[in-house]
Design a protein around this ligand. Structure first.
Ligand SMILES: Cc1cc2nc3c(=O)[nH]c(=O)nc-3n(C[C@H](O)[C@H](O)[C@H](O)COP(=O)(O)OP(=O)(O)OC[C@H]3O[C@@H](n4cnc5c(N)ncnc54)[C@H](O)[C@@H]3O)c2cc1C
Ligand code: FES
Ligand code: FES
Length: 1263
């Protein structure tokens, strides 16, 4: 446990000769700055997750002199930079800006605004904000701040509080924070002066440095292009130039070549100057490029078009990547993989730039297109020449991407039209695309067609579109949307570009909206939170930040991988199956074992106990194989464990293990529809719930339909992790888990030792959302097995890819319905079949969760429901935030949407006809929503907007929710009061996942004991003192544990009631406790919460969403969301609002951008990187986000509070409904009947939006 405390250290780093604590020969070529900080310096405040520059957890500040000698601080992703690149950098980590000795204002503000939940992402946010303020001289507007966070993911908060916190530092904030800039700049803590010894004044002798690395590679640091040539003259082995080294984030490099040439110090590559052209060194970073373009466009008319280029560049990657990513590096990625839709390449090709390439033999100049054909071996890009363009040139470009920022283009296009002096006849045209195929770049035939034509005539436009449609070649590209969509979007952006250039008088106003680019025009977002709080009850019901908020924002909070590395510690990676079904015949680990540093390979044969990471002693769980014993049931099923001295080595070695298989001669059945058509025997009826009343007779319409919703990856920022260590007589296990008891049981079973020899400790989870209930057992058992067999500490941190491939996701559902309704929308009968895709076998048990949620807030007396299970060829699916209830409520709401369209009735009216009368809260919730959202007024406005606009459509819909909070049983609570000062320690069986359980429990104890919060501390859960607990899930644990804590308080208060303090009439708490101690009163109490202590109850809410959809690209934005939720008497309204926002935004991702893409032939997941799985980011949330908490007085639940953490995700389906409404509005204009329903399976992705809109190219007109 010592590892979880320990004072954090200060930062300033290092790596240069002089004060450098290491020599280059001690590092491998792929040792990142993050590895160095976390593993060598034990600075664990900086986190790590995706390793590809996408999640932002690893952001630190770098300070360096630019080539003018100006010191600049900027953010960088420490997972991308190798330590060898930090030569001239001074690095500041989260520890360096503040800690318990003095927190930085940014840390304090993020904590105060409740901008941290699980806290795993928080140091990255702070460091990005810190670096941005430093880079911008502490002058940033709110818009600039909001725009600068494309780099950071947060799966918990929904971003709103983080944005509010940081925007309070903006120069134009409504109530600007009056903080002395010097306070912001400075580290407030006292640094150990010896740390300063590490600061190093870079030597600039410009001598080539050569470092022979530990992994036998050679690192050269060069200062001139001629140095590179010199190396090329004598080095014949494979080499790689390295500049920002960010390319690995996009095109991973499994292993660096033998020779690495760091060109980041080559001055000539970093310069720029203006002769006739603007000449930019290839080593200029994208951040500098934007600055140079902005300045040049402001000062020189012929370069004014660069302003528009900058708008596009702002959508490339995100700030920390752009800070080190160079133009040359980007172009070379395109060269290496022409399918990569490089925005830089696209823009340069469209504006007619040329690339200068140098080699030992001389220099050549090529257009970007020609450059792709050049053999670049032993050649370097030295500069790019940007041409001046007269005012007759018109430039426009688009980047179509699945979320607002930080995503590779699905398709991008840049267009340059040169017009005659009449400003309409085309002299030349450049139509350039990316993302269509590996070689479709120019639409040459369309370019030729346009020459000599009047660009702004319908005939020209239609003629061009016909040619363009014929000439575009769109191919299947791994993990990207379908070629059909990409082709349609390519035509769409061509049209959008022209609309943006067309003089307004030549444009029908209805078409003008097509020119808008939602990615570039989103306004500043805002949010409001309304709740009441009763100060008489405080600290209960008091809005306050989480108690751990500060240590989370400062990086002091410890997660599993923050445990200090132990001597002889080893690392693991799973060897996984490369078939989806069959058997493996032979496993040969020898190619892996011969690598130096690879220690062992373990398979099922090495398991001393039961080969299962699930314990059947836990109700409803079935045994699940830890390591395959021969049979393969899904692609990437673990069949062995490689153990090595480093994590990277373990991962690399696992790929080398040779496995031979006999495989099933069929295609995998990946979803329920596959199963229904190919093998219905895999479907079983779980439960039939017949109607309680016969069908009504007033049948006006019978409607039938089906719908599918699919997987959702949990995307926990802390991946599945575990650390294990041998102890005196058994094993210490530190898993990131929501279910201590399960980890405890399965480790004992797998090792075949008594539970009493297994000590499990769980401090907190960096996100869980259901994925760490049963699945964490897989990693805990694997890690424990290694420790047990080797008698060495082991660390198993699953990387993003493995986590994505091996661990189950949200359970997909297929839904069939037949509903009969009266003319006023009342359901006469509903036959409702829901099928759950469990994967190859049942993992988490979901059926009962569906049963209670299905009815939602409606009267279901005439509903016949059947719940089926289907078995597919995938990994077992799991609980995911609001499991079962999200799916069931969404499907029920779907029926009401359908009825509303079919009967052409208002969606609220239809729902109101069918509400369950006894559920009083829903009436109040709906009434409040109608009033607060100005429902009827806005509905009309949306209709008017849609009449006026052809290409941007709006949708405005609602969803309701009645969420069943299941009773959660068996939690143990132990509470101790110290006699010395009356302070209180509580240990409970719940796990802090970010939901604020510790804070709420503390508030409850403080309320009952009537003592200050500061006197109470929650300690991490551990099996030795808090045994036999159920899982922390279903939003009920806080209530259960809170209930137990109150019981403990009451036990102690009962004992104290007999205690008298001599001579004191009205003793203080401290006096009373001291007296009790002296009188031998037991000041420790425990309580075990059981079902008898709980009442089932429901959380009720409703939401309205208004969205805007670009029919030509499928991109959308959420204009406004109103959520009204009845939370009873909230224990802590501030935390509850945060839970609602976070849950809703996680749901947004589910309904819009998050998709798992399988290879349909092999069953392999295609989009297994953070760069290809798109959760919502800060600019994807509602532009106007309003939350209102209602408070009913029905005192069910602990102290009258209701479940909050999960329910609101169910309301997010209103965004899908709103998008559907927008699509329907567009379809109506394309000739489809107004209310004709269309079926959309899965999320409303760009592809679904465009393809369902079915706009015809003939409709692409000016007038
Ligand atoms: C998270 C993330 C998001 C991204 N998003 C986008 C995006 O939206 N759009 C987009 O277009 N790009 C995107 N990128 C790509 C990014 O722009 C490139 O990674 C970056 O520009 C590469 O520059 P670098 O200096 O880091 O190159 P490095 O990684 O150092 O090098 C990349 C390759 O180029 C070679 N090389 C470098 N410089 C030269 C030179 N002067 N001459 C010859 N060869 C050279 C190297 O040898 C290497 O093979 C993204 C990258 C990341 C990590
Ligand atoms: S770990 Fe570096 S950005 Fe994700
Ligand atoms: S608080 Fe951001 S990921 Fe948990």
């Amino acid at each position: 446990m010592d590892d979880f405390v320990g004072p954090p250290q200060c930062t300033l780093l290092p790596l240069n000769h002089g004060g450098c604590p290491i020599a280059g020969s001690e590092v491998d070529s792929d040792e990142t700055l993050n590895d160095f900080l976390r593993k060598r310096l034990n600075l664990r405040g900086t986190k790590l997750m995706c390793k590809v520059g996408t999640c932002g957890t690893c952001i630190v500040a770098a300070t360096a002199s630019d080539h003018d000698g100006y010191r600049r601080t900027y953010s960088v992703n420490s997972c991308l930079l190798t330590i060898l690149q930090c030569q001239d950098l001074e690095i500041t980590t989260i520890e360096g800006i503040g800690d318990r000795q003095g927190y930085h204002p940014l840390q304090r503000t993020l904590a105060e605004y409740n901008g941290t939940q699980c806290g795993y992402c928080s140091p990255g946010w702070v460091m990005n904000m810190y670096s941005s303020l430093e880079s911008n001289d502490y002058k940033m507007t709110q818009c600039e701040i909001e725009n600068s966070f494309g780099s950071n993911n947060c799966r918990c908060t929904g971003y709103r509080p983080i944005l509010d916190a940081f925007k309070s530092f903006a120069s134009d904030a409504p109530k600007p924070k009056i903080i002395d800039i010097e306070d912001l700049k400075k580290c407030n803590k006292k640094c150990d002066p010896c740390d300063k010894d590490w600061c190093f004044i870079p030597d600039r002798d410009h001598e080539v440095k050569t470092i022979h690395l530990k992994d036998d590679k050679v690192w050269y640091r060069v200062f001139g292009v001629s140095d590179i040539f010199d190396i090329w003259r004598h080095e014949h082995e494979s080499y790689m130039l390295v500049n920002g080294n960010t390319g690995r984030g996009i095109l991973p490099i499994p292993e660096f070549p033998k020779v690495l040439i760091d060109i980041s110090a080559v001055e000539v590559l970093k310069t720029h100057y203006l002769d006739q052209n603007l000449v930019i060194g290839a080593g200029v970073t994208l951040t500098s490029l934007i600055d140079i373009f902005k300045k040049t466009s402001e000062h020189y008319e012929d370069f004014s078009y660069l302003d528009k280029v900058c708008e596009h560049l702002d959508l490339v990657a995100h700030v920390p990547v752009r800070n080190i990513a160079t133009i040359g590096g980007n172009l070379m990625l395109k060269h290496r993989d022409p399918v990569f839709p490089s925005d830089v390449f696209l823009l340069l090709e469209a504006i007619g730039a040329v690339i200068t390439i140098a080699s030992i033999d001389g220099t050549l100049v090529a257009t970007p297109v020609d450059f792709l054909l050049i053999d670049m071996r032993k050649k370097i890009i030295t500069n790019i020449k940007i041409p001046p363009l007269s005012r007759h040139f018109h430039f426009v470009s688009f980047k179509v991407m699945p979320r607002s920022q930080n995503a590779i283009a699905e398709i991008n296009g840049a267009f340059l039209y040169e017009l005659d002096s009449n400003e309409k006849t085309v002299k030349s045209a450049r139509i350039v695309y990316g993302g269509l195929s590996d070689d479709f770049i120019h639409a040459s035939k369309t370019e030729t067609f346009l020459v000599g034509k009047d660009l702004f005539q319908n005939d020209t436009l239609q003629g061009a579109l016909i040619i363009l449609e014929k000439e575009i070649v769109a191919e299947e590209i791994k993990a990207m949307y379908s070629p059909e969509y990409r082709k349609k979007a390519a035509l769409g952006i061509f049209y959008k570009g022209l609309l943006s250039l067309t003089p307004s008088k030549q444009l029908n106003e209805r078409y003008a909206s097509g020119a808008r680019d939602l990615r570039k025009t989103r306004p500043l977002s805002k949010g409001t939170e309304v709740y009441d709080t009763n100060p008489i009850l405080w600290p209960l019901n008091e809005p306050m930040p989480k108690l751990e908020a500060l240590i989370q924002c400062s990086g002091e909070a410890k997660y599993v991988d923050d445990l200090q590395t132990q001597p002889k510690e080893v690392y693991c990676a799973f060897v996984t199956a490369k078939i989806f079904s069959g058997e493996f015949e032979n496993v040969d680990p020898s190619p892996a074992l011969i690598l130096p540093g690879v220690i062992a390979f373990y398979s099922a044969k090495d398991i001393p106990g039961t080969n299962s990471f699930i314990s059947e002693t836990v109700t409803s769980y079935q045994r699940e194989i830890l390591l395959s014993d021969g049979k393969i049931t899904f692609y990437d099923q673990p069949i062995g464990i490689i153990v090595a001295e480093t994590e990277a080595l373990a991962a690399r070695a696992a790929e080398l293990v040779k496995v031979t298989y006999t495989k099933a001669q069929r295609k995998p059945l990946l979803d329920i529809r596959d199963v229904m058509t190919e093998d219905p025997s895999r479907i079983t009826l779980f439960l039939a719930l017949p109607a309680r009343e016969p069908p009504g007779a007033d049948i006006d319409k019978v409607i039938k339909g089906t719908e599918d919703i699919f997987w959702q990856y949990h995307y926990t920022m802390e991946t599945q992790s575990c650390v294990t260590r041998p102890n005196e007589d058994g094993i210490d296990v530190f898993p990131s888990s929501q279910f201590l008891d399960m980890s405890h049981l399965v480790v004992a079973n797998v090792l075949n030792i008594e539970q009493s020899r297994v000590n499990v400790v769980i401090p907190r989870c960096g996100g869980a959302y259901g994925s760490k209930i049963s699945r964490s057992g897989l990693i805990a058992t694997a890690c424990s097995l290694v420790t047990y067999l080797l008698n060495r500490p082991c660390r198993f941190i699953m990387d993003f890819q493995a986590n994505m491939r091996i661990i189950g996701k949200r359970t997909p559902s297929h839904f069939e319905y037949e509903v009969a309704v009266s003319s006023d929308g009342e359901i006469q009968y509903l036959n409702y079949n829901i099928y759950d895709d469990l994967g190859y076998k049942q993992g988490d048990f979901i059926g009962f969760l569906l049963v209670s949620a299905m009815r939602n807030c409606y009267n279901n007396r005439r509903w016949n429901c059947n719940i089926y299970y289907a078995f597919t060829d995938t990994t077992p699916n799991t609980y995911a935030r609001s499991p079962g209830s999200l799916e069931a409520i969404a499907m029920t709401e779907h029926v009401f949407e359908r009825i509303s369209y079919e009967l052409d009735m208002d969606p609220i009216e239809v729902r109101s006809k069918n509400l369950k009368k006894e559920e009083k809260e829903i009436y109040q919730v709906l009434e409040t929503l109608i009033k607060d959202s100005e429902y009827y007024k806005r509905k009309e406005e949306v209709e008017k907007f849609n009449k006026k606009n052809r290409w941007i459509k709006r949708g405005f819909r609602i969803a309701t929710m009645s969420w069943p909070g299941p009773p959660m049983v068996d939690f143990h609570i132990s509470l101790s009061v110290y006699h010395g000062d009356g302070s209180v320690i509580v240990k409970h069986g719940g796990i802090e996942l970010g939901q604020g359980i510790n804070t709420k429990v503390t508030q409850a104890i403080a309320f009952v004991f009537k003592i200050p919060i500061s006197k109470i501390k929650c300690r991490p859960c551990e099996s030795s003192s808090i045994p036999n607990n159920f899982t922390t899930a279903a939003s009920r644990t806080t209530q259960s544990v809170g209930f137990g804590a109150i019981k403990c308080c009451q036990i102690i208060l009962d004992r104290l009631s007999a205690v008298r303090v001599d001579g004191v009439e009205d003793p203080t708490w401290e006096q009373l406790i001291q007296a009790a101690y002296q009188q031998g009163v037991n000041l420790q109490a425990s309580y075990h919460v059981t079902t008898a202590d709980q009442e089932a109850h429901r959380s009720v809410g409703a939401a309205a969403a208004e969205v805007e959809l670009d029919i030509l690209t499928g991109e959308s934005q959420i204009l406004r969301v109103d959520i009204v939720e009845d939370v009873g008497t909230s224990l802590n309204p501030e935390i509850d609002v945060g839970q609602i926002e976070g849950a809703f935004v996680m749901g947004l991702g589910y309904w819009t951008s998050e998709e798992i893409k399988f290879n349909k032939d092999t069953g392999e997941i295609q989009n297994d990187l953070a760069t290809s799985y798109h959760i919502p980011l800060a600019k994807d949330i509602p532009i106007d986000f309003r939350i209102k908490l209602l408070r009913n007085h029905n005192e069910i639940g602990t102290l009258g509070s209701r479940c909050v953490a999960e329910p609101a995700i169910c309301l997010s389906v209103c965004v899908a409904f709103a998008l559907k409404a927008a699509i329907l509005s567009s379809r109506e204009e394309s000739g489809f009947p107004r209310n004709q329903w269309f079926k959309n399976d899965g999320p409303y992705t760009l592809e679904a939006n465009v393809m369902h809109s079915e706009a015809k190219v003939e409709e692409f007109l000016y007038k």
